[in-house]
Design a protein around this ligand. Structure first.
Ligand code: HEC
Length: 206
């Protein structure tokens, strides 16, 4: 009995020291993550890190992203930078809702819109010959450009600069649908307006 109690005491002590050793996860986040994921965790250049947006990641997947980063993206590996207890505390903290829930209203979305071509300022007919029902959009994450491809010939129709490290793209069917109802967009730029919506979910591996 004495031995069991001794073990329990040792275990409790070990847990307590480990908890004590972990740095404050909010401070760790502020120092290492906020620049890319937003001070309020609502996302910036990187995605939102809130319980709602992380719920589809298994615990082991979250651990892996924190340890190893995500290959071919801007998400760095932290295994060499942060101690194991800090990474664990950070993972637990990310699964916990912030005390003040960040706000992102329709008004803020509208305010973030950049209108590249005002409605009516482009020719009414497409200036490219590509079939608007068969277009592909390629996001060039490394060079911060996007290319619209003619799906029949897999040849570039138009390439344009995007904002820094733009992530993901509409699936080609959705893009095609959007483009076919949007002929003016074909004339100059693939999109006439774009806004920021940081609470996106990752779609596929793009
Ligand atoms: C230099 C910018 C940058 C920094 C710094 C950074 N991240 Fe990221 N992070 C990203 C980007 C970009 C992605 C999206 C990667 C992708 O396309 O899958 C990402 C993805 C993630 C994901 C996966 C989210 C999801 O929904 O799949 C987690 C979790 C994450 N980061 C946590 C962190 C934490 C915690 C820190 C700080 C310790 C941190 N990141 C620091 C840029 C960054």
């Amino acid at each position: 009995m004495k031995t069991v109690l001794g073990w329990l005491a040792a275990l409790a002590f070990a847990c307590a020291t480990q908890a004590a050793m972990a740095a404050d996860p909010a401070a760790v986040y502020g120092q290492h993550c906020a620049a890319c994921h937003g001070a309020d965790r609502l996302g910036a250049m990187g995605p939102a890190l809130l319980p709602e947006s992380l719920e589809r990641l298994r615990a082991s997947e979250l651990d892996q992203v924190l340890h190893d980063g995500r290959a071919a993206t801007q998400m760095p590996a932290f295994a060499g930078t942060l101690a194991e207890p800090d990474l664990q505390a950070l993972a637990r903290w990310l699964r916990t809702a912030p005390t003040a829930m960040p706000q992102w209203h329709a008004e803020a979305i509208r305010a973030s819109h950049i209108v590249h071509h005002a409605p009516g300022s482009l020719p009414a007919r497409p200036v490219f010959g590509a079939d608007p029902q068969n277009l592909f959009v390629a996001v060039e994450a490394g060079s911060h450009h996007m290319t619209v491809l003619d799906g029949d010939r897999l040849a570039p129709v138009h390439r344009f600069a995007t904002r820094f490290a733009l992530h993901g793209a509409a699936p080609s069917s959705a893009a095609t649908a959007a483009m076919s109802t949007w002929p003016a967009a074909m004339a100059g730029s693939a999109s006439t307006t774009c806004g920021t919506w940081p609470m996106w979910r990752r779609s596929g591996s793009a």
